[in-house]
Write a protein that binds this ligand. Structure first.
Ligand code: M6R
Length: 307
């Protein structure tokens, strides 16, 4: 790993969203360039790859045909491959040079949930490990992050304990036919994932966008019956996110916000707020995705869908 000068993360669907989070995490901790490829695009592309590139595939099942084809293509070029997979002994695991197992347990339904959590966690750890190897993540900062990671299960439990409030919000919005999900930086892929969970479970049209990109087209759709879900924790882009929320409000669009506990500023603009515990800026995705999974679940059940 110390000889790697570039990483290409390749995956599909939910795993691809985790890869986008991984790009932010690894570049921040390790200062190494990371590119994310959608496997179904990469496999048919004539993509030059330098020898010091590591191709990292991310897959819950370890059997997704496009992801497998993409890593086979890389291997044919003599590029080293690392797989982050859940299913032990799966084809992608067997055909890669090295594996990191998620050990999330089996995904029961079609919707990837706990696997996504583990993918983001493992990409965080991979970024930190690379950062330590390359000397870009100081020991003290690494220790602080590890200590904070240890609090994440308890914080997720707190979110699960507040599920009744998420059900209440679901009851308010489940008849809507369109949703926009927005977030910035490392919470942008969480917006993508929230939208995917909603459409996959409830058959409602939903799109994820980087918050500011919304004004370059999608804002035209905003109306009183078109809710926006903002992922807006107290991080360095908080103020920017709030000004995007105000743009939605000016067009009378309802807003559901996922915000940091105690944040009164968000409550002034949003119609409904789901609070999550405070954590490190870089670990927020591990928390912000959980209420979005629950929201999609409740909306789907209320619409009579078999989750
Ligand atoms: O098993 P994989 O992670 O390779 O699957 C990739 C996608 O098909 C998968 O993540 C899909 O998007 C999920 N069902 C979404 O919840």
């Amino acid at each position: 790993l110390s000889r790697i000068h570039r990483l290409v993360l390749v995956a599909c669907g939910t795993s691809w969203h985790a890869a986008i989070a991984g790009e932010y995490l690894i570049e921040n901790f390790a200062g190494v360039p990371v590119e994310v490829e959608c496997a179904s695009e990469m496999r048919y592309r004539n993509r030059p790859l330098e020898k010091d590139t590591l191709v990292v595939s991310i897959s819950q099942s370890g059997e997704t045909a496009d992801t497998l084809a993409a890593i086979r293509g890389a291997r044919d070029l003599g590029i080293r491959t690392l797989a982050i997979v859940n299913v032990v002994g799966s084809t992608i695991a067997r055909e890669s040079d090295a594996d990191i197992y998620m050990r999330a347990g089996p995904e029961i339904g079609v919707a990837s949930t706990k696997a996504f959590e583990m993918q983001v966690l493992l990409l965080t750890l991979l970024g930190m490990a690379l950062g330590r190897l390359r000397g870009t993540l100081p020991t003290a900062q690494g220790r602080k992050l590890v200590n904070e990671l240890k609090t994440i299960p308890r914080k997720i439990q707190q979110i699960l304990d507040g599920d009744g409030h998420i059900l209440h919000i679901a009851k308010k919005y489940y008849r809507c036919t369109d949703f926009l999900y927005m977030g910035r930086q490392i919470n942008f892929p969480i917006a993508l994932e929230g939208a995917l969970k909603l459409k996959e479970l409830s058959y409602i049209h939903a799109e994820g966008y980087p918050s500011a990109e919304m004004k370059h087209g999608p804002i035209a759709l905003i109306a009183p019956d078109f809710p926006s879900v903002f992922v807006v924790p107290r991080d360095p882009v908080f103020d920017k996110n709030v000004s995007n929320m105000e743009e939605i409000k000016a067009r009378k669009g309802p807003i559901i916000a996922v915000a940091t506990a105690g944040d009164k500023e968000v409550a002034r603009t949003a119609d409904d707020v789901i609070y999550i515990p405070r954590t490190s800026d870089w670990l927020y995705p591990l928390l912000t995705v959980v209420p979005l999974q629950l929201l999609a679940y409740h909306i789907a059940v209320l619409r009579g869908c078999d989750v």
